[in-house]
Design a protein around this ligand. Structure first.
Ligand code: PLP
Length: 385
């Protein structure tokens, strides 16, 4: 029976038939504080009594507070709000081109991205993403974009030149298989970008807002971008996106050069401000690292019994279990077996089972999810024969 969730609380979801699921997917790394977290319900309902929308012809208090807190917590000096991850990356890429245009001229518009990356579904972001299947049928695509293998420093060095305006990288490729960057690769990207006066963009739509165990994954790696895109966990389930940047770079977005009617919507910003307040504390971030250990240990213990995964990888609570040689391309079948055991997980491609649960999931819910995955693995291994 198709599941239609009707209610959620913490790391649990209930469908129309009253079945109770353990949620290890978190709405694809969005429900950073689980479902209906009381602090977020409070922020949303308080704001709902005050002001819903004013458009981008004026600002509002929740947007100003959220921007100030993001600036205080990161490298950034300026924040631009929008409504999704694709919009955030669209803005980041446009800003990089505009900055290069303003400072060097229109010839400096070349963008370097990585194969297998995912940056969203607008035409510019699918073209920048490294998965050709998402561009098929939509030609002509924007030009001037080149893709290199992820974690390949020599290829990056060869691709970037003085006409490059930006290098865009996910610190962990999420949709592409929960594949973490090597620190040396990100450090090289920083150095190569600087040498060619190009900007470094980190797409932290999936890795950001505590998911890595630090507020943003760039902090975990110790490599700072010029522009960072955020969405997903930022709103904890309420749609919002943002780009963070230095003041010098942001100056290229003058009034009228980019905008969105809903960006910085008071309801979205009030919720995101509360998300940030809860996540950006030593206890929540330490909790992500502790829960990472618990979930990884549990997955490895299951794998010792079932021998299905080649490795478990990822940062914080963005984890991927890679199918081994014997079970190539079967991640989806395992996801379906998990659903039959009332556990919601994700896939990332054909070969990776992906986990992106609430950052404040209880240990008991982790253990219950692992118990259900145990039954799912037994079912899956029996089916595969
Ligand atoms: C790294 C990354 N960038 C961008 C996006 C696009 O975000 P949205 O679906 O909110 O447009 C995603 C979504 O999966 C993502 O994982």
């Amino acid at each position: 029976m198709a599941r239609v969730p009707v209610r959620g609380r913490g790391a649990r979801l209930w469908d129309q038939a009253g079945r109770e699921f353990v949620d290890f997917a978190g709405g694809i790394a969005v429900n950073s504080l689980g479902h209906c977290h009381p602090a977020l319900v409070e922020a949303l309902t308080e704001q709902a009594q005050q002001l819903w929308h004013v458009s981008n012809v004026m600002t509002n208090e929740p947007a100003l507070r959220l921007a100030s807190k993001l600036v205080a917590a990161t490298f950034a000096e300026k924040v631009f709000f929008c409504n999704s991850g694709a919009e955030a990356n669209e803005a980041a890429l446009k800003l990089a081109r505009k900055y290069a245009h303003d400072h060097f001229g229109p010839h400096k518009h070349h963008i370097v991205s990585t194969l297998n990356s995912f940056h969203g579904r607008t035409l510019f972001t699918v073209s920048t993403g490294g998965q050709p299947k998402y561009v098929e049928g939509f030609a002509p695509a924007p030009s001037g974009i080149e893709h290199i293998p992820y974690n390949d420093i020599a290829a990056l060095e060869a691709a970037v030149n003085d006409n490059t305006c930006a290098i865009i990288v996910e610190p962990v490729q999420g949709e592409g298989g929960v594949l973490p960057a090597q620190r040396e690769f990100l450090a090289a990207a920083r150095e190569i970008a600087d040498r060619h006066q190009a900007l470094l963009i980190f797409d932290e739509v999936q890795t950001g807002m505590g998911r890595s165990g630090s507020l943003f994954a760039y902090m975990e790696y110790g490599v700072t971008p010029d522009i960072l895109s955020s969405a997903k966990s930022l709103g904890g389930g309420f749609p919002i996106g943002a780009i963070l940047s230095t003041a010098k770079v942001a100056a290229s977005f003058g009034v009228g050069s980019h905008g969105t009617t809903y960006g910085g919507n008071p309801l979205a910003c009030a919720v995101a401000e509360r998300v940030l307040d809860v996540i950006n504390t030593p206890s929540t971030l330490a909790g992500v690292k502790a829960k990472h250990q618990r979930l990884v240990a549990g997955l490895e213990a299951l794998n010792a019994r079932y021998q299905v995964f080649a490795e478990v990888r990822g940062l914080g609570l963005l984890l991927g279990a890679v199918m081994n040689e014997r079970y190539q391309n079967q991640a989806k079948a395992l996801m379906q077996a998990a659903e039959e055991e009332l556990l919601i997980v994700l896939v990332a491609g054909m070969n990776v089972l992906r986990f992106a649960p609430s950052l404040v999931i209880d240990d008991a819910d982790i253990d219950e999810g692992l118990a259900r995955l145990d039954r799912a693995l037994a079912r899956f291994v029996a089916q595969q024969g």
